[in-house]
Design a protein around this ligand. Structure first.
Ligand code: GRF
Length: 197
């Protein structure tokens, strides 16, 4: 019986594509839904092209009522009966009530070496600090933003002539390696953090 994975995104979905493409053969998990808070998210069309069911719950229809938005999101998720949720460029902050419903069953990928640089603009902040290395982190999602147990990290060098965009592109490539490997390990029941160079 495969582990049923739902992926939540807000944008183009390059991480979603790698996750979906990885869940084949002897992989213990299979994608069952790709959902977005933005009906126009490019990742939804990419998921359809990959043969994965999609859904959208437009957060703008809830006029800031985060709980009401999450109730609809949760109800739609439950229709797919996921065992694991992967946030992949999902740009809405989730309340403690929602994260509690999925405790231990929800992962996120964040473009920094947590606990450094929680929140936004991680690459600009790393450059500003003069860091010589950067990277990405897969962590379990808790009520605290970008703060749950770390399940994997990948490190990349910061080059002297890097700008935020060039560093982001290098980190994104590392995300595409890290997230599928962590999801395969996590879906297999192994909680050992995966550290990639
Ligand atoms: C990635 O940089 C991820 O770290 C951040 O949002 C971006 C998602 O990109 N959370 P994509 O939509 O997967 O291409």
């Amino acid at each position: 019986m495969s582990v049923r994975v739902a992926i939540l995104l807000s944008g183009g979905g390059s991480n979603m594509v790698r996750l979906v493409e990885s869940m084949t053969g002897d992989h213990p998990a299979r994608p069952v839904l790709v959902m977005s808070n933005d009906p126009a998210a490019g990742g939804l069309a990419r998921a359809t092209a990959l043969g994965v069911d999609t859904a959208a719950v437009d957060h703008r229809l809830f006029a800031g009522d985060r709980a009401a938005f999450e109730d609809v999101l949760h109800a739609r998720l439950m229709q797919a009966e996921p065992d694991l949720i992967c946030l992949a460029g999902f740009m809405r902050i989730l309340t403690g009530d929602f994260t509690a419903r999925w405790a231990g069953r929800m992962l996120n990928i964040h473009p920094s070496l947590l606990p450094k640089y929680r929140g936004l603009h991680t690459h600009a902040r790393a450059l500003e600090a003069g860091d010589t290395e950067a990277g990405c982190t897969v962590h379990e999602v808790t009520a605290d933003l970008d703060d749950g147990p770390i399940r994997g990290q990948a490190r990349v060098p910061v080059m002297p002539d890097d700008c935020a965009e060039s560093l982001a592109a290098r980190v994104l490539k590392a995300e595409h390696r890290l997230y599928p490997a962590v999801v395969r390990r996590f879906a297999g029941g192994d909680r050992t953090p995966l550290m990639l160079g």
